[in-house]
Design a protein around this ligand. Sequence first.
Ligand SMILES: [Zn+2]
Length: 96
Amino acid sequence: MQTPSCKYCEAQWSYGETFKNIFKPRMICSHCGEENYYQSNSKNSWITLFGIPIVLIVALLLDLSTSLIILISIILVIVHIALFPYRTQLKKKEKK
Ligand SMILES: [Zn+2]
């Protein structure tokens, strides 16, 4: 797993830098100032979220308490968000 690198200057973005940019439509490279865009490519990018229904089913089978189920779901969501920078790929601004 790797953090993305700028499509213009090839500088690798740090985890924090990527994370700050993730929630913006335009991701400005702090090295060269160019605009990069989020490229969604990986098929398994939502795999942690797909894990939630599986956890729920297992929890029901094991008869776990509701609060424990909620806790596990929250942890999965946090893990999902925390791993976002590693799944992010950048692409150049599309020319029109
Ligand atoms: Zn750059």
